[in-house]
Design a protein around this ligand. Structure first.
Ligand code: NAP
Length: 296
């Protein structure tokens, strides 16, 4: 049986769909979400290790995914939470874990990139068979506008004119589904990207066409962007770290594309236009208001 953690998230929901017909259990915090997913589920919380241990009963494969970086001082909660899952999996005799990480996870990096590196190392040392997915930025970040906006509803960032090879969460889920079923490929790390790399000006133009209003991209120097985030309520240190990550993206580190999605799924990755077509209604509803939103 496959345990799907993060089943209600932007990848997990697609994975539940991709694994229809397989023996799966979703790990959810809220039973109402489990009911909505329409598959067998178990209720628990990464912060309740006993619930995680109970969820492992009868499980031989685990999809490991949780929320992203939090504005905390010290270790990111995802490190503690994902260690709990890995340790419970070892205890339960699980065979294979497929983990969602992040592209450029590395020792000593800020926020998610540093936290995922620590978890990856823990997983690699666990003795379990593992596969690691390192996605580029998610196209789904643009689904409901989880971004920063000007008062006019333009996208605000510090990416410069660099390109980002955003990947569709449906493709990440399809790769995970392949690894959990037909093609385990244990001991490999896969960098997952979309088929093209776009600038944020190009993305804003594409979103404008769907939303039915003019959306621009406004670029700020990293320090001004950090100040803007802080003025919107983010803790100053966290805002600095987020802006530093954006500055690294501005250097083009998320611009390359890979063939990992095609390699794992046997078909090309979805384009940003595919993503927009499939999510047009939600995007129109979220982005059409001229005020949009002015905070994270
Ligand atoms: N966003 C990007 O562009 C991007 C790019 C590369 C990598 N990543 C990585 O991808 C991962 C997913 O990020 P996301 O923000 O997109 O996630 P998400 O879609 O919001 O999904 C997070 C999932 O984790 C579950 N969860 C959170 N805390 C939990 C807890 N204490 N116990 C049990 N379940 C819990 C959530 O369940 P509930 O429904 O109960 O909240 C949800 O199903 C992160 O590790 C991030 O670093 C993100």
């Amino acid at each position: 049986m496959i345990l799907i953690t993060g089943a209600s998230g932007s990848i997990g929901r697609h994975l539940v769909h991709h694994l229809r017909g397989e023996e799966i259990t979703a790990f959810v915090r809220d039973p109402a979400v489990g009911d909505e997913l329409g598959c067998p589920y178990v209720v628990g919380d990464f912060d309740d290790p006993e619930s995680v241990a109970t969820a492992m009963t009868g499980v031989d494969r685990v999809f490991l995914n949780a929320g992203g970086a939090q504005p905390v001082t010290g270790e990111q909660p995802m490190v503690r939470q994902q260690r709990v899952v890995i340790d419970a999996a070892i205890e339960a005799g699980v065979e294979h874990i497929v983990k969602v990480s992040v592209w450029h996870a590395r020792e000593g990096a800020k926020l998610a990139e540093g936290a995922h590196w620590v978890i990856e190392e823990h997983l690699k040392a666990s003795g379990l068979a593992w596969s690691i997915l390192q996605p580029s930025g998610f196209m789904q970040n643009f689904r409901t506008g989880a971004a920063v906006f000007t008062e006019n509803g333009d996208i605000l960032g510090a990416y410069g004119d660099s390109r980002v090879s955003y990947v569709d969460c449906s493709d990440i889920a399809a790769c995970a589904a392949a690894l959990l079923t037909v093609s385990p490929r244990a001991g490999e790390t896969f960098v997952l990207t979309g088929p093209e790399a776009l600038t944020h000006t190009e993305i804003a133009a594409k979103l404008s066409a769907v939303a039915g209003r003019e959306i621009g991209y406004v670029d700020l120097p990293a320090q001004a962007f950090a100040a803007r985030l802080a003025s919107n309520g983010l803790p100053a240190r966290f805002a600095q770290d987020v802006a530093a990550l954006f500055a690294e993206v501005a250097e083009g580190r998320l611009a390359p594309t890979t063939d990992a999605v095609a390699d794992l799924t046997g078909r090309p990755p979805r384009t940003f236009d595919d993503f927009l077509r499939e999510n047009a209604e939600t995007i129109r509803e979220s982005w059409s208001g001229s005020a949009a939103r002015v905070s994270l």
